[in-house]
Design a protein. Sequence first.
Length: 260
Amino acid sequence: MIVIPSRYGSTRFPGKPLAPVAGRSLLERVWRIARAVRGVERVLVATDDPRIAAHAASFGGEAVSTPESCRNGTERAEAALAALDFAPDAVVNLQGDAVLTPPWVVQAVVDALAAPAPSGRRAEVVTPATVLDEAAVARLVASKAGGEVGGTTVTVGLDGFALYFSKAVIPFRRDPSRAPVRKHIGLYGFRREALARLVALPPTPLELAEGLEQLRALEHGLGVRVVEVDLRGRSTLAIDAPADVARVEAAIRAEGELVP
């Protein structure tokens, strides 16, 4: 199952899910990405607003009502599952503003949830990352030096599981040939019990220090498997503010539609 958390009351962009992006709403575009993934029986829009639920129905989507008190997409995904009359084995949380997430990246997470990790270790959470070439690393380092906060990197153990996520560029590399820099893509697949446990756990020191919710899973000992993906030259911009719409539309014109 894929759950798309979607709320109307964004501080920076009220009504964001309904905003038109190159002829289709933001929400419909994300829903179409989810529907293009194989092996997914159901796609749910989790929302606290009837306008979003009505819009989802207008293009054939299914919405479930969640409380306004949900603080983030993870809590909203858990609330959506709690409202169902059955419990799926696993769920993918596809953020409602992740309008340029390639379907094959979501597919990689779905496939990893369905198969055992090569190391034999149980993956309670699955998330993707892409290896940056040296030019991309240089650009990321420069943007961080200029005060840019966005962009999370992850270090991975020999078993394919995350060691640490950071807003800094990690690892520090005396010799770049020794280890790659992996940029994290903010998409998560959860075992059903792991999602319920994570939402019930208190925030942790590293999570609060970095502002990265996924560190709560690591600090509490959950196994977070990192799946390496190839973006195939695609941009992965999200829409956080109205000005981002033009950038996303420019990427769509330059790179083509993700879903025909």
